[in-house]
Design a protein. Structure first.
Length: 808
């Protein structure tokens, strides 16, 4: 075995082989894949080989399309057949709610370049005659859908990689990973040692074990999964004879089933509700090519539905039941990318749909390793979307829930319940007593809205049981004063003699003076957005950065990668130690003045000022800024005083009409003001000019900041798109995100977020559209659940356009 390689890929399943192939394709032939057994010796060999483009995240959907389009290429290059059958398929809806979801997939497909067609059950029956159309209310016809041979595909990647110059060592087990002082890795195997600059964990079923070699517990769990193969069926033979082709794929979401032809019979798989984890703590190294014992009882409820929806199965003999394990991350998307604190260690694991996603994962990771950037927006599969709160027990509970809900609808107002409550703030019980309905954000319970007694969320695509109350909360802020628990933001302190110089390089904005704050976008090297913060200069206390809570690990990784080696900057997360309370509305100043002796009049405490104030019996940092866009204050207090301050504010606000509000009202308020949010309006897809952040990119400042060249280029070319706000004519359904935006007869963009702006009484959609068209006054429509709703461009913020109230 060779003693050095630039990149060592651990694991020869479909994912590892795809990573190797992509490395070689981009010219990194000094890449070595190490597999402890034969290739495909994990989940890969017994996969059903199905593939499709459906994913909740449009960017992952795009990668799935890339993966499927890739198969012809690797087949040609390797000379190895992948067994590709692009049959097309139908996705079936047995309920109206499901049908509405399918329509939204078609809509998304318009800007993703993924073609699907909404069809009737009768048309679905013509296409896939095994189904009983009376069981369904509608369907989608899909084109990019099919299956392949898992082993052939993996070998095709491997052969293509070898042809391009990469190496593969089989029957070699990686037993230890040791990082050297220079950052390189000693990869210790049972057959000797390899020194590598980068190691990739593509260990699949053993990815946890490989992670433990570097001291990390990756949030992954394997689940048992079953599919059955029938004996030859005369109905299948008849369809083959009549159409001259094989039976097309079907996904029956409400039956939780997927089906396809396999030889002269059918394959039917199910994501059963009574799911079962496999090897919860450790994957035995002895596991390889054996199957797990089938358990028909567990899948019987799904099969019963299957036999009803596809009656020919009632007479079919079962030839074999395959039961095998494969791995999932808590949200079902892959774990890809570098890990904070482990230079040169990369994840390509938790890939639950290797044949839909493996190509995209390989592409992203190879580019990331070689160019320092994945090359597109991989937020939805970035390993950094999970922080240390994603413990083993959390992962176990969430993976089970995710598996059992794999084909379930998740409504926009539906919160998942597994592994909760995990993190709570000190006022959790007080909020709950006030009717708070909670959601979880990075494991933390956050109040969404405050329900009147007896009212709960009724899950729906449309306005629901929370509508009136969220409206009251939003209007209470605009008309009086509201209070919310804002602890879910991430907080970081930056101190040390080099702090200011470092921040000036890290962020494109001008640094604020002591006692002042600024909005601070963060850019990556190509000038695209990777963060939006409030940056506060606390004078002698150093600097405070406040940003998205869900992106904390993602941002910490970036900060740590860019800290100077001389130790002159000290950056720590203070998210847990600092809790937040936000007050907003025209009477918020009066409320604040009642719990502090410090002057807080407009002249003494200006918009974007921040200082430590005596508050109640203690003190806290108070910044005069509000995400509601209103006059307001953000209070950052030590977590052990949050409860005191909360009760003090409530007491003081009684006769001011103080009302608790949650994140749904906050959303309604921030879209009214035109404020964006991370992972919605701000993502690595967009530049600061496109996102309307150019005011905070100080090209003229002396410091050479990260992303400057990209920002200059964007300013010179004008970028590709623009973020715009629209008022939508809609009766009972607001946008939730990812809807297409039409201009005339063409889709020219997509919605990033929106909702009903209660205080203004209009439905709002925010999204990106092609730059050249962005300021057209007429011709806009937004497609919501299959309906084209007329929309009007809103050129200035709906609320406080001149900022008078905010700055009063
Ligand atoms: C029953 C079943 C049906 C499925 N159906 C489908 C489907 O229809 N479509 C689809 O897309 N997906 C399907 N899957 C999922 C699919 O199999 C996985 O997504 C895919 O195999 C994951 O591939 P991988 O390369 O990440 O992991 P694995 O296939 O588990 O490969 C990991 C490899 O790493 C090696 N390895 C681990 N540790 C070490 C070490 N220390 N040293 C050296 N080598 C090591 C292992 O030997 C193994 O070969 C199915 C899975 C099952 C079980």
């Amino acid at each position: 075995m060779q003693s050095h390689a630039r990149v060592v890929v651990i694991g020869g399943g479909v994912v590892g082989c795809s990573v190797l192939y992509h490395l070689a394709r981009f010219g990194c032939t000094d890449a070595l894949l190490i597999e402890r057994d034969e290739l495909t010796s994990g989940s890969t060999w017994h996969a059903a080989g199905g593939m499709h483009t459906v994913n909740g995240d449009p960017n992952v959907a795009k990668l799935q399309k890339y993966t499927i389009d890739l198969y012809k290429e690797i087949e040609e290059l390797s000379g190895q057949a992948t067994g590709l059958h692009l049959t097309g398929g139908v996705m079936l809806a047995a309920t109206e709610a499901r049908f509405e979801w399918l329509k939204s997939l078609t809509a998304k497909g318009r800007y993703l370049g993924i073609e699907t067609k909404v069809i009737t059950p009768e048309r679905a029956h013509e296409l896939m005659p095994l189904l009983d159309p009376s069981c369904f209310v509608g369907a989608l016809e899909t084109i990019v859908d099919g299956h392949l041979d898992p082993s052939g595909t993996t070998h095709a990647y491997a052969k293509a990689a070898r042809k391009l110059g990469a190496q593969i060592e089989r029957f070699t087990k990686v037993e230890e990973l040791i990082q050297c002082a220079d950052g390189s890795w000693r990869v210790i195997t049972n057959k000797g040692e390899v020194r590598a600059e980068h190691v990739v964990n593509a260990g699949g079923l053993w990815a946890r074990e490989v992670g433990r070699m570097v001291g990390r517990e990756h949030p992954i769990l394997a689940m048992e999964h079953m599919y059955l193969l029938t004996a030859d069926m005369p109905e299948v033979a008849a369809i083959n004879a009549a159409t001259g082709r094989e039976v097309i794929h079907a996904i029956d979401f409400d039956g939780e089933l997927y089906l396809r032809q396999e030889r002269g019979g059918m394959l039917m798989g199910t994501y059963e509700k009574a799911c079962k984890p496999w090897s919860e703590d450790e994957t035995p190294w002895s596991f390889g090519h054996e199957l797990l014992a089938p358990d028909l009882e567990r899948i019987a409820p799904s099969l019963e539905v299957g036999f009803k929806h596809f009656p020919a199965f009632q007479n079919a003999g079962i030839r074999q039941i395959i039961n095998g394990p494969f791995t999932f991350a808590p949200d079902g998307n892959p774990l890809v990318g570098p890990v904070r604190g482990l230079r040169g260690y990369w994840c390509a694991c938790g890939v639950m749909a290797g044949f839909s996603q493996g190509g995209g994962v390989g592409l992203a990771l190879a580019q990331w390793i070689l160019n320092g950037d994945p090359g597109f927006d991989v937020w939805a599969m970035d390993v950094a979307r999970f922080g240390d709160w994603a413990s083993k027990a959390y992962t176990n509970a969430r993976v089970r829930e995710n598996y059992s809900r794999r084909f379930s609808i998740r409504f926009p107002n539906e919160e998942l319940t597994a592994a909760r409550p995990l993190r709570t703030t000190p006022i959790h019980d007080l909020l709950a007593a006030a009717g708070a309905q909670f959601g979880a954000s990075a494991g933390l319970e956050v109040p969404l809205w405050f329900a009147p007694p007896g009212v709960r969320d009724s899950f729906s695509w449309h306005r629901s049981t929370d509508f009136a109350t969220v409206g009251e909360e939003a209007r209470a802020v605009r008309q009086g004063v509201g209070l919310m628990d804002s602890s879910s933001f991430a907080k970081y302190s930056v101190t040390g003699p080099g702090a200011a110089v470092w921040l000036d390089h890290l962020l494109p904005c001008k640094l604020p003076a002591p006692g002042r704050m600024t909005m601070a976008p963060m850019l990556k090297d190509d000038g695209k957005l990777i963060g939006d913060f409030t940056l506060a200069n606390l004078g002698d206390e150093g600097w405070l950065l406040i940003g998205s809570g869900v992106a904390e690990e993602y941002h910490l990784r970036w900060f740590h990668d860019h800290l100077p080696a001389d130790g002159s900057v000290h950056l720590v997360s203070r998210t847990r130690e600092l809790s937040g309370l936000a007050i907003a509305g025209p009477r918020s100043r009066e409320l604040l003045s009642r719990i502090t002796r410090a002057p807080v009049d407009g002249a003494s405490f200006r918009f974007m000022d921040i200082r430590r104030l005596p508050l109640g019996l203690g003190d806290a940092l108070v910044g005069r800024v509000s995400y509601t866009g209103d006059l307001g204050y953000e209070i950052w207090c030590s977590t052990d005083t949050q409860r005191h301050l909360f009760t003090a504010l409530q007491e003081a606000g009684k006769d001011l009409g103080l009302r608790l509000f949650g994140s749904r009202a906050l959303n309604a308020l921030r879209v009214e003001k035109g404020y964006g949010s991370w992972a919605r309006e701000y993502r690595p897809l967009y530049g600061p000019l496109e996102a309307g952040f150019e005011r905070f990119v100080a090209l003229e400042k002396a410091a050479d900041f990260i992303g400057k060249q990209g920002a200059i280029a964007e300013r010179e070319t004008g970028g590709v798109r623009r973020l715009r706000t629209f008022i939508v004519e809609t009766e009972r359904t607001d946008v939730i995100g990812d809807e297409p935006i039409w201009q005339g007869e063409r889709v020219v963009g997509w919605v990033t977020s929106g909702g009903y702006a209660h205080a203004s009484g209009v439905s709002v959609a925010v999204g990106y559209v092609e730059r050249e068209l962005a300021d057209l006054d007429t011709g806009w429509r937004i497609e919501i659940l299959g309906t084209l709703c007329p929309a009007r461009l809103q050129k200035s913020p709906l609320f406080d356009a001149d900022g008078r109230r905010q700055r009063s």
